[in-house]
Design a protein around this ligand. Structure first.
Ligand SMILES: Nc1ncnc2c1ncn2[C@@H]1O[C@H](COP(=O)(O)OP(=O)(O)O)[C@@H](O)[C@H]1O
Ligand SMILES: Cc1cn([C@H]2C[C@H](O)[C@@H](COP(=O)(O)OP(=O)(O)O)O2)c(=O)[nH]c1=O
Length: 212
């Protein structure tokens, strides 16, 4: 927690695990409950973020790691923290966990990624979606790959292994992680599980902390 009035919720997981789908449905679910939600994504839609998002064939390794980290810090300063200070729930599709996985797939040592992200705010809730790699590879095939990080079953297996390792590492750094397997739970169930945890986190003592 960083002492803000809102709630910072991040959603990570392998390509095809359902990050975009869950973020979209969760936004509607929480809005229908009368909460004020700001949904965003990393890389952000600022200039740096657009370079990262559309530049994964040009930039790689340490350069891409620095680019997404720079975008992350700028995103925190200009978009995320102000919304949290205003009492919003901020939902972020991809955050630090994605760097621990994708940059390692790109050959960057984990110590470097760890150092680069050490000053990023710890979310109030870090959701990590997991899924059977056979299923995510099939979903990506049906949906169409979004980048070189979505390159078939071998990539999906590596990604799943790195997310498991990342979950341990970020837990040690104090990230409050909620892991949900989207091959075992349907979209509606996943939404209910996350919304339940959010309700618990926002139900603090009267007059304290979160007001969304
Ligand atoms: N339980 C589930 N949770 C989320 N998505 C699911 C689930 N079951 C099936 N899907 C499907 O998996 C696909 C996930 O795609 P997407 O949300 O783009 O994933 P990501 O953003 O993680 O790459 C969508 O077509 C979605 O409808
Ligand atoms: C957030 C993040 C993104 N990226 C890069 C790789 C991704 O393929 C790219 C775009 O993110 P992605 O989620 O694949 O975008 P889309 O909305 O099209 O599904 O950004 C990183 O390399 N590290 C990161 O930490």
């Amino acid at each position: 927690m960083t002492g803000h009035r809102g709630l910072f919720v991040t959603i990570d997981g392998p390509g095809g695990a359902g990050k975009s789908t869950i973020t979209r449905h969760l936004h509607h679910h929480l809005t229908n409950q009368g909460r004020t939600v700001h949904t965003t994504t990393e890389p952000s839609h600022d200039q740096l973020g657009e370079i990262a998002r559309h530049g994964t064939d040009t930039y790689s390794g340490h350069a891409l790691a620095c680019l997404v980290a720079a975008d992350r810090y700028h995103h925190l300063t200009t978009e995320i923290r102000p919304r949290l200070a205003a009492g919003r729930i901020v939902l972020c599709d991809r955050y630090v966990a994605s760097s621990y996985v994708l940059q390692r797939m790109d050959g960057v040592p984990v110590d470097f990624i760890e150092a680069l992200n050490a000053a990023a705010d710890i979310p109030d809730l870090a959701v990590i979606l997991t899924a059977d790699p056979e299923v995510t590879a099939r979903r990506i095939h049906e949906r169409g790959a979004h980048s070189r990080f979505e390159a078939g079953i071998t990539t999906s297996r590596t990604e799943a292994e790195l997310y498991a390792d990342t979950t341990h590492r970020l837990t040690r750094h104090g990230y409050p992680i909620l892991t949900i397997d989207t091959t075992k739970s349907a979209t509606e169930q996943v939404i209910r599980m996350i919304a339940k945890r959010i309700a618990q986190l926002t139900a603090g003592p009267p007059g304290e902390s979160h007001t969304t």
